[in-house]
Design a protein around this ligand. Structure first.
Ligand SMILES: [Zn+2]
Length: 259
């Protein structure tokens, strides 16, 4: 079996049998991989804290083509990100970033996407608890941009006419961004995006951060979830996003830990 050595981040983990755990890893070299960590429940010494959610390090994975489940032989943790586990605002935000990554990633190498994931998790881990929501929203939009389906912010997403910066604009999820006045009339389901929200969205897509009050943060959480639901197009609920939006942190923890 070929041995893959790659940087990796733990996105999901659950117990398997009496002794082992199954992990979903985002890797730099091979996209998202499901791996079996044999003995992980029995021997703390073998993996230590490396298999905790959001930990990052060098993974050694034995791969067999055509298999859905590969075998993890070692994981040397470089960054455990304990800050994500000890604060519920950070944990909920990081769980959304992980959920998005799990939904979009393939088993192909996407190093730029991997880097955006790592930057998003670091942004949430380094944020003060009050800023964790903004950090997660920012990180998620950067992932969307890296995936190539960023919403149009400065040109009409339907006819591509410029839309004046610094002004509110109508936003259509199906069209994929803001609309000019003429196209907005033809898309009655679109919603108003205030000038400040447009500025924040443009900044996140380009990798900048901003400050949000609670009301604006809630509006942006909803905009992000609705946009993802429209464009992921597989009909599956975004559970971590829904719980995050409702502020049901306890539910988020149960989901992430319990598989
Ligand atoms: Zn237009």
């Amino acid at each position: 079996m070929p041995l893959l050595v790659t940087d990796a981040v733990v996105l999901h983990a659950f117990d398997y049998s009496e002794t082992s755990r199954i992990l979903r890893l985002a890797t730099r070299e091979a996209g998202v991989q499901s791996v079996l960590a044999r003995g992980a429940r029995r021997s703390q010494r073998r993996y230590g804290s490396a298999l905790d959610l959001f930990a990052e390090g060098a993974a050694q994975i034995y791969t067999k083509p055509g298999r859905d489940l590969q075998t993890l032989s070692a994981f040397d943790v470089a960054r455990a990100r304990p800050a994500l586990a000890t604060d519920l605002d950070r944990f909920a935000g990081a769980s959304c970033v992980a959920e998005l990554m799990l939904r979009v990633a393939t088993a192909d190498a996407q190093p730029a996407l991997y880097d955006a994931l790592v930057a998003a998790l670091d942004g949430v881990a380094d944020a003060a608890p009050a800023d964790a929501r903004e950090a997660a929203i920012a990180g998620a939009w950067r992932l969307v941009a890296e995936l190539g389906f960023a919403p149009a912010v400065d040109v009409c997403s339907s006819c591509h006419a410029p839309v004046a910066a610094g002004e509110p604009a109508m936003f259509s999820h199906p069209a994929g961004g803001v609309l000019c006045v003429r196209c907005a009339r033809l898309n009655p389901g679109s919603r108003n995006l205030p000038a400040e929200a447009r500025r924040a969205l443009r900044g996140w897509l380009e990798g900048r951060r901003t400050e949000l009050d609670d009301g604006a943060a809630r509006a942006h959480q909803r905009l992000l979830r609705e946009f993802l639901r429209e464009h992921l197009a597989d009909g599956r609920a975004l559970r971590a996003f829904e719980l995050w939006e409702r502020g049901r942190w306890g539910g988020v923890v149960v989901t992430a830990e319990g598989g």
